[in-house]
Write a protein that binds this ligand. Structure first.
Ligand code: ARG
Length: 556
C-alpha cells in the first residue's frame, strides 16, 4: 500500500513541506510566491540564527558534539556564498574571495582567525569577516598562508571532508529555493549530507523569519544611528564655522526675527537627536529572540531558549510564541522612525533648495552635488536636495505599507507577512544611500553670510526688540506693540529702517523712546535679548553648540 502511494506521489523537488501533497504546484504560482529573490540578502542572518539553533538542539541532546561541529562548519561554508550574491557591506571581506586569493579555504581562514588573540567580535558579524585592507591581522594572515603554501602542508589544505559545492550546485539551489530557509537547507545538505536534515528539529520557518528580520533591523538601526551622528557632526562643524553670523528666521515664510546661523543649524541637530533616540528606543524594545517559539505554540522539544538568545546578542527569549511568530511591530517602528527621519531630511532639503535660489542667495550649491540643464546653459540644479525630498516619499510609503499590511491580520503567522520584507529592505537601503552622501554635502555648503546678515537687518526684524525696549521703559507691552507698529509704518512710508529714524521723530510717537534705543535694536542686542535656554542669544547658542558636540562625539 505504502509503496503504491509512494509511486503516485509526484517528485517533491526537495520542498520543505511536500509530504502531504499529491499534486505538484502550478509552475507559475510556484515562481510567483517565492521570496528567495529578495530574502537572499538575509543569508548572513539565517546562517547565524541556524548556528544558534544548532547549539540549542545540541544542548538538548539532538546532536552529538561532533555533529554540532560539523554542522557549524557546514553552515559557515553555506554563508560563503558566491561573491556576486553576497550582501555588500563596506569593510567586510568575502571569505570565498579571500580564500581564493590566499590559496586556501574559507574554513581554514576562520580557524586561523579564531586562534588569533586580537580577533574579536568586531571582526565578525554573522558569517561575514570584517577586516580593513590595512588591518595587521590581514597582513599576518597573508604571510601565514603564503608560508603554508611554500611548505606545501597538505594536512592544512585538505578539505576533503567537505565536498566543495560547485557553482552549478549553487545555481541549482538558488533556482529552486523557495526562500532563504530552504536555500540554506539545500546547500547544507550538499555540504554535510543527511545530517543537515536534523537542523530543522524543533523549529519552524515562522520563528526563523521573525529572527532573521530582527537581526537585520538591529544592524540597520546601528548603521543608521552611526550615519546620523556623522550628519549631526557635519552640521555642528558648519555651525561652529558660522560663529556669530546672523540670518533671518521666518514664520509664515515671512521674515520674523534675526537668529544665529548656528541656531538654525542646531534646530536640525535637535531633530537628529530625536531620530537617534527613537531608533535606540525601538532597538531596546525589539531585542528579544523568537527562536524556540516553533510554528505558533512553542517548540515541541524542551529547548533552553536562552542559549540562542545569548548567542545572537538578544536580551532574552520572547515572552509569547503566538506573538513572537507574527509580531512585526519592530518593522513598523523601524519604518516609522525612518519615515520621520525622512520628514526631517526633506525639510532640510527644502530649505537648502530655497536658500540657494537667486531670490534668497544665502548659499551657493556645491558643484560636486549639482547638475546642469541640457537646455538652459546658465543653470545649476539642486538635484541632491530635490532627490532627498523625493526619497522621503518612499520612506513614508514603506511605513504605510507595513501599517496596512498588519492591521487586519489574525494571529499568528500568515503568509501576508512575507510582503513586509521588501519595504524594510528598501527603507534601509534608501537611508544608507542618503546618509552616505549627506554629511559630505553638508560639510561642503558655503553660506553667503554677508547676504544673510543684510536680510536679517532689513525689513524691521528688530521690531520685537523695539517693543521689548519700550516695555522695559515701563510701557505696557500691548501699548508698546502699538507704538512700534506706528513707528514701523512711519519707516515704511519714508523708506527708513527703525535705526535710521532720528530720536526727535521717534519721541513724537512716544516719550518713552530714549538715547539708548538705537543700541537696544542693534543686531547683536536683538539676538542677545533672547537670553533663555533654547534662545538665540549668542552666549546661549555657544553653550548649546558645545553641549551638542559633546553629546554627539561621545555617542559615536
Ligand atoms: N518566506 C516566508 C516569509 O517570509 C518564511 C516563513 C514561511 N512560513 C510558512 N509557514 N510558509 O514569511
Amino acid at each position: 500500500m505504502s509503496e503504491q502511494q509512494t509511486k503516485t506521489k509526484p517528485a517533491d523537488g526537495g520542498k520543505m513541506w511536500s509530504g502531504r501533497f499529491r499534486e505538484p504546484l502550478d509552475a507559475v504560482f510556484e515562481q510567483w510566491q517565492r521570496s528567495f529573490p529578495f530574502d537572499v540578502r538575509l543569508l548572513p542572518q539565517e546562517v547565524a540564527a541556524s548556528k544558534a539553533h544548532a547549539r540549542t538542539i545540541a544542548a538538548a541532546g539532538v546532536l552529538t558534539d561532533a555533529e554540532l561541529e560539523r554542522m557549524i562548519e557546514g553552515l559557515d561554508q553555506v554563508g560563503d556564498i558566491a561573491p556576486e550574491f553576497a550582501p555588500v557591506e563596506p569593510g567586510f571581506v568575502n571569505p570565498r574571495l579571500l580564500a581564493a586569493e590566499l590559496g586556501t579555504t574559507p574554513r581554514f581562514i576562520r580557524r586561523w582567525l579564531g586562534r588569533q588573540p586580537e580577533f574579536s567580535e568586531i571582526h565578525v558579524k554573522h558569517t561575514r569577516i570584517a577586516l580593513a585592507k590595512d588591518d595587521p591581522l590581514l597582513l599576518r594572515m597573508k604571510n601565514h598562508f603564503a608560508i603554508q603554501a611554500n611548505l606545501n602542508l597538505d594536512g592544512e589544505d585538505a578539505c576533503e571532508e567537505f565536498p566543495t559545492t560547485t557553482e552549478a550546485d549553487l545555481a541549482a539551489s538558488m533556482a529552486r529555493a523557495e526562500d532563504i530557509h530552504h536555500f540554506v537547507e539545500l546547500q547544507l545538505t550538499r555540504m554535510i549530507g543527511p545530517l543537515a536534515l536534523k537542523l530543522h528539529t524543533g523549529r519552524s520557518r515562522n520563528e526563523q523569519i521573525a529572527t532573521d528580520m530582527r537581526l537585520f533591523v538591529r544592524e540597520a538601526i546601528d548603521a543608521t544611528a552611526k550615519g546620523l551622528r556623522r550628519w549631526a557632526l557635519a552640521l555642528i562643524e558648519l555651525a561652529e564655522q558660522a560663529g556669530d553670523a546672523a540670518m533671518p528666521s521666518y514664520t509664515h515664510m515671512q521674515r520674523a526675527e534675526p537668529v544665529l546661523v548656528a541656531h538654525w543649524l542646531l534646530a536640525y541637530v535637535a531633530m537628529i537627536e530625536r531620530d537617534i533616540a527613537r531608533l535606540a528606543d525601538a532597538r531596546r524594545r525589539m531585542n528579544y529572540c523568537p527562536l524556540g517559539s516553533g510554528a505558533v505554540a512553542g517548540a515541541t522539544l524542551a529547548l533552553d531558549r536562552s542559549i540562542a538568545a545569548r548567542e545572537l546578542g538578544f536580551d532574552s527569549p520572547t515572552a509569547n510564541s503566538l506573538d513572537a511568530t507574527s509580531d512585526r511591530d519592530f518593522l513598523l517602528e523601524f519604518t516609522q522612525a525612518l519615515a520621520t527621519l525622512g520628514v526631517h531630511i526633506s525639510r532640510f532639503a527644502e530649505e537648502i533648495t530655497l536658500y540657494s535660489t537667486a531670490e534668497f542667495g544665502y548659499l551657493d550649491l556645491p558643484e560636486a552635488f549639482s547638475t546642469g540643464s541640457s537646455a538652459m546653459p546658465q543653470k545649476k540644479n539642486p538635484d541632491f536636495t530635490e532627490l532627498l525630498r523625493g526619497k522621503s516619499a518612499r520612506l513614508a510609503g514603506a511605513a504605510t505599507t507595513l501599517a496596512v499590511l498588519m492591521k487586519g491580520l489574525p494571529l499568528a503567522y500568515n503568509k501576508d507577512l512575507q510582503e513586509g520584507q521588501e519595504p524594510v529592505f528598501d527603507t534601509a537601503d534608501t537611508v544608507r544611500g542618503i546618509l552616505g552622501i549627506l554629511p559630505a554635502f553638508t560639510r561642503s555648503l558655503k553660506f553667503n553670510l554677508e547676504r544673510m546678515r543684510t536680510a536679517a537687518t532689513t525689513g524691521y526684524l528688530n521690531a520685537m526688540a523695539a517693543a521689548t525696549y519700550l516695555s522695559n521703559q515701563g510701557v505696557p507691552f500691548r501699548k508698546a506693540h502699538e507704538i512700534v507698529g506706528n513707528t514701523v509704518r512711519l519707516g515704511l512710508e519714508s523708506g527708513r529702517e527703525l535705526d535710521a529714524i532720528p530720536l526727535a521723530e521717534l519721541q513724537g510717537l512716544s516719550s518713552a523712546y530714549g538715547e539708548d534705543f538705537r543700541a537696544a535694536i542693534a543686531l547683536e542686542a536683538t539676538l542677545d535679548c533672547h537670553d533663555v535656554i533654547g534662545g538665540t542669544a549668542r552666549a546661549r547658542v555657544r553653550t548649546a553648540l558645545a553641549e551638542a558636540r559633546e553629546r554627539l562625539s561621545s555617542g559615536a
